[in-house]
Design a protein around this ligand. Structure first.
Ligand SMILES: [Mn+2]
Length: 253
């Protein structure tokens, strides 16, 4: 069994480097020959709510998804903290494209399964991250039912766009800072390794795949599992490939 996974691409607008990167990933023969294709969150820098404007704004992406699904590929999407409340958006997508088998596109907060004796756990990473109480509060608010209702039914698209531009500026600053020195990355890397070990103690698995940290890592834990993170895709220009339990990073270009 072969799986390919990417996260944290942060596409801002159609035609940008991030979109080129994601389309190259989705069109790569290696990725297309995978049994499972995982999009593990923050694929878009801002996609909140079921606004059909996204179909126009990111038409290259949706065309690619359409073509992958129509050729029978299986896609697994985990919402990130930049692209969420989008289940309804995909319901609308499959309503428009009635010819497509919607069961080939699955969305969940995490995916767990066993293949050739190994247990996989794939998620975005924000839910497992330790030492981030402020984020946990933020997440519980934005995913609460009143706000979920607001995002899905009422929040106007132009407002989301403004929020997006604001939060993108903030995360750009954060990314530049995060990548300024190798020593800056170590605490984040260590925190995610600890987070993985803490999750392992609660939920057993052999392979944990996630993103969110923006720090690339492949860690073999003494506890007896492997943790892999592809980092910020625009910097790493790679994706995660797992073939019969063997993990590797592959270049996109
Ligand atoms: Mn994230």
């Amino acid at each position: 069994m072969k799986l390919s996974a990417i996260s944290d691409v942060h596409i801002k607008s159609s035609g940008d480097q991030a979109e080129i990167l994601l389309l190259s990933f989705l069109r790569s023969p290696d990725v297309q020959s995978s049994d499972m294709i995982f999009l593990l969150g923050d694929i878009f820098d801002l996609m909140i709510g079921p606004h059909t404007q996204y179909f126009v704004r990111f038409q290259n992406y949706f065309k690619e998804i359409e073509s992958l699904i129509s050729s029978g590929k299986k896609i697994y999407y985990v919402e990130g903290n930049h692209d969420f409340h989008i289940r309804e958006l995909y319901r609308k997508f499959f309503k428009v494209h009635k010819n497509l088998d919607s069961s080939l596109f699955q969305m969940a907060s995490k995916f767990e399964f066993i293949d050739s004796g190994k247990k996989y756990y794939l998620c975005h990473g924000d839910d497992i991250e330790l030492n981030n109480p402020r984020y946990k509060i933020y997440k519980s608010i934005v995913t609460s039912s009143p706000l979920s209702f607001y995002a899905n039914k009422l929040m106007p698209h132009f407002l989301i766009k403004n929020i997006g531009e604001y939060s993108s500026n903030k995360s750009r600053k954060r990314n530049n800072k995060r990548y300024s020195q190798e020593s800056d990355l170590q605490p984040v890397k260590d925190n995610f390794r600890n987070s993985a070990e803490s999750l392992f103690k609660k939920t057993n698995f052999d392979i944990l795949v996630c993103g969110h940290s923006h720090v690339k890592d492949h860690y073999v834990s003494n506890l007896g599992f492997e943790y892999v993170n592809n980092g910020y895709a625009q910097h790493t220009q790679s994706y995660i490939s797992i073939v019969d339990g063997i993990i590797s990073f592959k270049p996109i270009f």
